[in-house]
Structures are given as C-alpha cells and as structure tokens.
Design a binder for this molecule. Structure first.
Ligand SMILES: CSCCC(=O)C(=O)COP(=O)(O)O
Length: 429
C-alpha cells in the first residue's frame, strides 16, 4: 500500500491563543511566512515556480470562549503542511522549519507533528525498542524494573560498585547512572563500567537475573561517539543520554551508529523548560514521545502523574501513545486511520519516573499496562531495610499486581520488604 502524497508534506499542529485574531489569516501567514516568505507580491511566473515550496493550511479549528470563560481563553488549533522539499531529512531542519522563529511569535505551542512517509523513512528509529530490550534481558512476561544510582558525586569507585551491587541484588532489570554524573577523575566511565559490570555478574550468580547498566554518556558533542565506544568496550550494555541538552540529532546519530549497538535511554532533563506551558513550547507527546522515538530512543524517561515531579495524566498518556502506537495514521500525514498501516519504527519503552515507590505500582500498571519500566531512585535506596530490599519490594509489588492481589494483602502474605515499603510510603490506588 502506498501512502505517498505528491508532493510530500510534514504537518505541524499549533495551538494559538489570541483574544481577537483572525486565525485563518494567521494560519496563512504561517504557511507562507515559514516557506516562500511572501506570495501575493510575486509575479505570476515566479508563483508557478514557487508553488511546490508553499506551505498549506490544512485546518483551522477555532474555540471561542464559552460563557464564564475569559476572552483570553480564545484559541485555534492550526494545522500547516510543509513541503518536504524545503528541508533536509533531519530533525533540526524540521524543527527550525515548523517552529523556529514561530516559537517566539506570541502565545503559540507546537502540539503535534505528523511526518511524510519519505521523511520518516530517513529514520531507523529505536535499534532495540521494547522487544529488543526484553530479548537482551530474557524477560517477556512482566513490566521491567529499573533503579537509579543516588548520591554519586564525590563517591569513589568502590563506593559506587557497592551501591550498584546492592541495587542489583534486589532483582532490578536495569540500573541507570544519575544524569548528573559526568566524566570525572574519581569515577571515569570506563572504570565505573568495568566495576559495575563485574558487580552485575556477581549479583547474577545470586539472583539468576540479567541486568542492563545504562552508563551516562557525557562530554562535548563531537566526542560522544568515542566516549560511547569507550564505555561499550569496557562492557557497557546500555547508555543513558541527556537528549535535550545535546539536541535530537545527537541521539539520532548515536542510534544509527554501527558501533553503538546497545540500547539508548533518553533522560528528560531540560524538558520542563519546553513542555509545561499551555501557551508556549512543544507539547510533551511531541517532545518526549514522537521526537524521542523518531531519534531512536529505546527507553524514554518522563515525570509520571503520581510521584514527586508531576505531569498531568492526559499528557502522560499522550506520551505513552506516541511511544507505543503502531497505527500509521498517528505518525504519517495522509495515512487513512483505517489503513491498518504500521508505524515503521520500533516502540520505545515508556519509563514514568520521579518519586516512584512500591505503593504507586498499582497506578502505574493500571495506566501503562505491561509495556512499562517501573523506575525509582529514592524509592529503592530509601527503603528502611536497604537498597536490595527496596528492589525486592518493587518486584513484589509488580508480582502482586500481576497476580491480581491487592498490595496490602500480597505484602501481608510473606512479603516483608513490600510491607515495610507500604508502611514507609503508603499506597495510592
Ligand atoms: C523527572 S524524570 C527523571 C527521573 C530521574 O532521573 C530520577 O533520578 C528520579 O529519582 P527518584 O529518586 O525521584 O526516583
């Protein structure tokens, strides 16, 4: 089945607030201003040449304030189609085209992106995706569990190794570096990876469980590939990456590099500068959903609706959908909703995070289902019986919910680590 539309377009949807603007005029201004620059003043012959470069208004839905709402609540959702031929097939070119200058022009937020089939075909997407990560771990029948190093700055290698070992003993599937652990003389990446992977092997002999360690990939942009190779040669079997600090293109390059053959985990640092305002920035489903998946993140962290850094549930579910959907119409402009076409990108693991403790597991599994990574730092290390018990408490919470047993009941039935966690942090159901 061909979904190709000639010429090909990528489509941006904006929510634009204005008390009195003519939104149709505004839409035309965007479509022309961000493509050919001016239109009506062009001579007819020039117009014919420029036609293929001209942006198109494909939708303007105006929402007038209802009774009781202030005039400032007036907005329109504006959809503009941008011809592919105006930009190269990379994320920086797309973003500068659809939301470069426009991002600074009043109360306007980029709320969705759909790609042309040909633009999308330039991106291999996640190399591993959910299936690949599960294959590496040999775990296919339950949500995964990850713990985060905590309190790492100023610690030496033996301290870090011990912290890693305790986390691993608790039965977690993944351990990630803290995103603020940069290259440093006390715990340089090669040494830290070597020691932590030894600790992982030692713990595996106890638990029988495989483990991925996402070491934080840091340093100057042009040195990232070398740094990643160093970590992988030392035994790293995953990498954490602060995508927004470097830009989506850096992730995209890493994900398609032949020597960087380990899962890439995207950290959301800086995202709070971009998605939370209703009036400005880039919506979370685009920023932490579609663009992360397009750029090749195998796992994507983001704040949950339940923990210490809270994101509204609706936005959370929209990220989940963007990372998991297989429906072509969600990604490809012009794909009919009923086409049963597939998104040509592997699904990325959603990792709702921040302030997560075992008593939140029922909510996480209710909202995310089985394809999720439960992730905690403080909720593992702060367990009253220690970090290994913290991991076990989470595994028990997951097992209990998978068995359909209420958490309190499961804890009381011979799961003291879970019981301690509930006593410390409670349950939200
Ligand atoms: C805001 S999502 C990133 C979560 C994260 O990296 C983290 O360290 C959370 O730690 P916590 O102790 O809150 O589980």
């Amino acid at each position: 089945m061909s979904l190709a539309i000639s010429p090909a377009y990528c489509v941006a949807t904006y929510r634009c607030y204005d008390e009195k603007a003519d939104f149709h005029k505004k839409a035309t201004g965007i479509a022309v201003g961000l493509t050919v620059g001016s239109w009506t003043e062009l001579p007819e012959a020039r117009k014919a040449e420029m036609e293929k470069h001209l942006g198109r208004v494909v939708g303007v839905d105006v929402h007038e304030p209802s009774a009781g709402e202030p005039a400032s609540a007036r907005y329109a959702d504006i959809r503009i189609a941008y011809p592919d031929m105006n930009f190269s097939r990379d994320i920086p070119a797309l973003l500068v085209t659809v939301f470069g200058k426009l991002s600074m022009d009043g109360r306007i937020k980029l709320i969705d992106l759909a790609f042309s089939e040909s633009f999308l075909s330039a991106f291999p997407g996640p190399r591993f995706g959910i299936e690949g990560v599960r294959n590496l771990l040999g775990v296919h029948d339950r949500p995964l569990l990850m713990s985060i190093f905590k309190s790492v700055i100023g610690h030496d290698l033996p301290a870090l190794r011990e912290q890693f070992y305790q986390q691993a003993l608790g039965g977690v599937d993944l351990i990630k570096d803290d995103e603020i652990l940069f290259e440093n003389p006390l715990t340089p990446i090669e040494k830290r990876v070597e020691l932590c992977m030894q600790a992982a092997a030692e713990a595996e002999r106890e638990t029988g469980q495989k483990l991925l360690y996402a070491a934080n990939l840091t340093g100057p942009t042009f040195g990232l590939v070398e740094q990643a190779k160093k970590a992988i040669n030392a035994g790293a079997n995953a990498l954490l990456f602060n995508v927004l600090a470097y830009g989506f293109d850096a992730l995209s390059e890493l994900s398609r590099h032949p020597d960087i053959n380990v899962p890439l985990m995207a950290h959301p640092s800086l995202a709070g500068a971009l998605y939370p305002s209703p009036y400005h920035g880039i919506a979370a489903n685009v920023l932490l959903g579609k663009l992360m998946r397009l750029a090749g993140a195998d796992l994507v962290l983001f704040p949950s609706p339940y923990g210490s850094v809270v994101m509204p549930k609706e936005e959370n579910m929209a990220i989940k959908e963007a990372l998991l959907t297989t429906e072509a119409a969600d990604y490809i402009y012009g794909a009919p909703a009923s086409s049963h076409g597939q998104v040509p990108l592997a699904a990325s693991f959603p990792v709702p995070s921040a302030g997560i403790h075992p008593g939140l597991v029922p909510l996480i599994l209710r909202d995310f289902g089985g394809q999720v990574v439960v992730n905690a730092g403080g909720g593992v290390h702060g367990h009253p019986m220690g970090a290994a018990a913290g991991g076990r408490a989470f595994r028990q919470a997951i097992d209990g919910r998978q068995a359909g047993v209420p958490l309190r009941e499961y804890a009381a039935d011979g799961h003291p680590e879970l019981q301690e966690a509930i006593d410390a942090w409670g349950i939200k159901e």
